[in-house]
Design a protein around this ligand. Structure first.
Ligand code: CA
Ligand code: CA
Ligand code: CA
Length: 223
C-alpha cells in the first residue's frame, strides 16, 4: 500500500473520530461542546492530541507521542506508523553481530507465558564496550505488502567485549526491554509478517536481519 493511501486512510479515520468526539455531526454544534469534549474523548496518555481510544483505532501508540520515531507528533504525522530508515553510517568496520532474532506472539489466554515480543541477541565482537545503539525495524504483511517502519534509540543498552546480550521489545519496562507500539501490525495483523531490523552503533557497520511471524500469532525465529 502506498504512503498516499496510508495518509488518506489516516486522515479519513482521524476526521471521523474528531467529528464523532465533537457531537457526531458538523451541523449539531452546541453551546457547551467544549466543556463536554474532554470527557467524551477520554484520556490522552501521551499528550499528542489523540485520545487513547482513537490511537487504538488508528494503530498508533497511546504511550508515545511520536509512534514511528521520525520526530513528528502523531497528530501532525501524515504516516504515523511509517518512517524511512534514518540511520546513515558510512563505516564498514565490523564490531558486533546479531546472533539471534526471534518473534513471539503467544496470544496467552492465562497471562502466564512469555509476553509478546521481538528479541535480538547482540554479540560484541570488538575490544571495547558498545553503547548508544539505535535501531530501525519494519513490519511487513506478507499477503498485502503493507509496511510499517519504526526508528528507536536504545538508551542504557551496553554490551561488553565478547558478551552477548538481548534487546527486547515488549512494553514490560525491565532493563534492556524497550517499549513498542501495542497497536502495531505485529499485534493487530493476523497475516504472516516479516520483521526486518537494522541495528547500529556509532562508528560501526550496521547489522541487519529479518524474521518471519506465521499467520494467526504463531512464533518464529532462530537462537
Ligand atoms: Ca495520545
Ligand atoms: Ca501517540
Ligand atoms: Ca511520527
Amino acid at each position: 500500500m502506498s504512503k498516499k493511501i496510508y495518509t488518506f486512510i489516516f486522515i479519513t479515520i482521524l476526521s471521523a473520530l474528531l467529528l464523532a468526539a465533537c457531537g457526531g455531526s458538523a451541523a449539531t454544534t452546541t453551546t457547551n461542546s467544549s466543556a463536554s469534549s474532554a470527557a467524551a474523548d477520554g484520556p490522552d496518555t501521551d499528550g499528542d492530541g489523540i485520545p487513547d481510544t482513537a490511537e487504538k483505532v488508528l494503530g498508533t501508540d497511546p504511550n508515545n507521542a511520536d509512534t514511528d520515531g521520525d520526530g513528528q507528533n502523531d497528530l501532525a504525522d501524515q504516516s504515523p506508523m511509517m518512517t524511512d530508515n534514518p540511520i546513515q553510517e558510512s563505516s564498514t568496520t565490523q564490531g558486533f553481530t546479531i546472533s539471534g532474532l526471534l518473534v513471539e506472539n503467544n496470544e496467552d489466554a492465562n497471562g502466564a507465558g512469555v509476553p509478546d515480543h521481538l528479541e535480538l541477541k547482540v554479540t560484541n565482537t570488538g575490544t571495547a564496550d558498545l553503547t548508544n545503539f539505535d535501531i530501525y525495524y519494519t513490519i511487513t504483511d506478507k499477503d498485502t505488502g503493507a509496511i510499517q517502519g519504526y526508528y528507536r534509540m536504545l538508551p542504557g543498552f551496553t554490551v561488553a567485549p565478547g558478551e552477548t546480550k538481548d534487546i527486547h521489545f515488549d512494553n514490560t519496562g525491565q532493563p534492556d526491554h524497550y517499549n513498542w507500539n501495542p497497536n502495531s501490525a505485529f499485534f493487530t495483523d493476523p497475516n504472516g509478517l516479516t520483521v526486518a531490523v537494522t541495528l547500529h552503533a556509532p562508528g560501526l557497520a550496521p547489522q541487519s536481519g529479518s524474521v518471519d511471524k506465521d499467520p494467526a500469532g504463531a512464533e518464529g525465529g532462530v537462537e
